[in-house]
Design a protein around this ligand. Structure first.
Ligand code: SAH
Ligand code: SF4
Length: 408
């Protein structure tokens, strides 16, 4: 049998499920439930999907689809028809691709998956930020946030209709202030699951999205291969057609991957979650700092900024009594000047069960003024969506707890 293109790293996936999930999580399809029941009996929590699991058609680039259709013995233009159905008309099954011969549709569904993500919960806030909870085809939950207008945060004059996208289920990096890491890491999202968050929200909201920030659940650079595939689809004229300068990747500071990303031709923007200007302060709240300390991180940033001829953004959450001192502001200013980086100050969003809080308005303004006095381009974000627990990972955590409470 002819093989369809299977990009590296997409052949098999580790998928983790917590014990006793099938009884509580009735929405998993039957096959998965049976597997999980088996797993529960042995209290094993991880299994690997078979090597021959099908790739989702929306994880492929146009050239890969072209290769596949040629292998099927079909004309090259068929690939263009397919991506048009996928990203312009946005159908949800091969069957809806009505200008393709029945034979082609059958062949596509034999060789490729076409999975769906379902919106299971939407929270709208007073300032119209909306938060979406999605269920993936294996039952895992992820979330995305739609922010209608966020003025000039990442470089463009006014960023409108921004989506904050997730890249992993959970997060392995365990930053002390963050809800996404609270229940550990389950798995990487596949390219189609990343792109589908945008498509599903555009469909639900009826508006075109023009700005993407990878600041949802997970560490994007720990899922670099799938992230890059997704970004290429989001950026491509045959895909979602969103300009690279309107795509921002945020990282907690994976220095080697920052260097790797610098070699990519795409002109996407990079934001660094700094949150502490010294190893002492940063290390206290971000375990990743033990692996890549501030200096290692900054030198990777130097490399990126130089190679891409780009100004980076430092994200800095202000947490009361932890990283909001005048001294941290002065040192942060020095680091930012070294890189000509912009600083985006974000008052901490409270997470249920965590002891941190945001500093007073006065302290926030003082921190900002110290940066500005030193000539650093800094902004203080009025955090949108505070009233809907918009900090990443919160809606998922809350829903999981509610489901568990309901089933116990
Ligand atoms: N893992 C990546 C991207 C996802 S987190 C990273 O860490 O950069 C996206 C941003 O949200 C990060 O800057 C992160 O520090 C911030 N964040 C996490 N929890 C937050 C909270 N409770 N309040 C405000 N910002 C938060
Ligand atoms: Fe993971 Fe980013 Fe949250 Fe840290 S801040 S736990 S890296 S999602």
């Amino acid at each position: 049998m002819r093989r369809s293109p299977r990009p590296e790293g997409l052949r098999s996936k580790d998928i983790s499920f917590g014990p006793k999930r099938s009884r509580r999580w009735g929405f998993l399809h039957k096959k998965s439930q049976t597997l999980i029941q088996l797993l529960e009996a042995t209290s094993t929590v991880t299994f690997v999907v078979a090597e021959n699991a099908k790739i989702d058609i929306r994880s492929l680039q146009l050239q890969e689809i072209e290769k596949a259709v040629l292998e099927f013995g079909e004309p090259l233009y068929r690939a263009r028809q397919i991506v048009d159905w996928l990203y312009q008309k946005r159908v949800r099954s091969f069957d809806e691709m009505t200008d393709l011969p029945r034979k082609s549709r059958n062949r596509l569904s034999q060789d490729f998956d076409f999975s769906k993500i379902d919106i299971v919960r939407v929270l709208g806030s007073r300032d119209t930020t909306r938060k979406f909870l999605f269920r993936l085809s294996d039952g895992n939950l992820i979330e995305s946030v739609l922010i209608p207008a966020s003025p000039a945060l990442y470089g463009s004059r006014s960023d409108r209709r921004t989506i904050c996208v997730s890249t992993q289920v959970g997060c392995a990096y365990g930053c002390k202030f963050c809800a996404s890491g609270l229940e550990g890491f389950s798995r990487n999202l596949k390219p189609n699951e990343i792109v589908d968050q945008i498509i599903a929200i555009e469909r639900e909201n009826g508006e075109k999205i023009d700005n993407i920030v990878f600041m949802g659940m997970g560490e994007p650079l720990a899922n670099l291969e799938n992230l890059l595939r997704a970004i290429k689809i989001i950026n491509a004229p045959w895909g979602l057609g969103i300009g690279a300068r309107h795509i921002t990747v945020s990282t907690s500071g994976l220095a080697p991957q920052i260097r790797e990303l610098a070699e990519e031709p795409l002109q996407i923007r990079l934001a660094i979650s700094m949150h502490g200007a010294t190893d002492e302060v940063r290390g206290q709240i971000m375990p990743i700092n033990r692996r890549y300390n501030v200096e290692t991180l900054l030198s990777a940033c130097d490399y990126y900024a130089e190679r891409k001829k780009q100004r980076l953004t430092f994200e800095y959450i202000l947490i009361e009594g932890v990283n909001d001192s005048d001294e941290q502001a002065r040192l942060l200013g020095r680091r930012a000047k070294r890189l000509s980086a912009k600083v985006n100050l974000i008052p901490y969003n409270t997470v249920h069960g965590l002891p941190w809080s945001r500093p007073s308005k006065d302290r926030q303004e003082k921190f900002l003024s110290i940066l500005r006095e030193r000539g650093v381009a800094a902004t203080l974000r009025r955090e949108k969506g505070h009233d809907i627990d918009a900090a990443c990972g919160q809606l998922r955590l809350q829903t999981k707890r509610e489901l568990e409470a309901a089933s116990s």
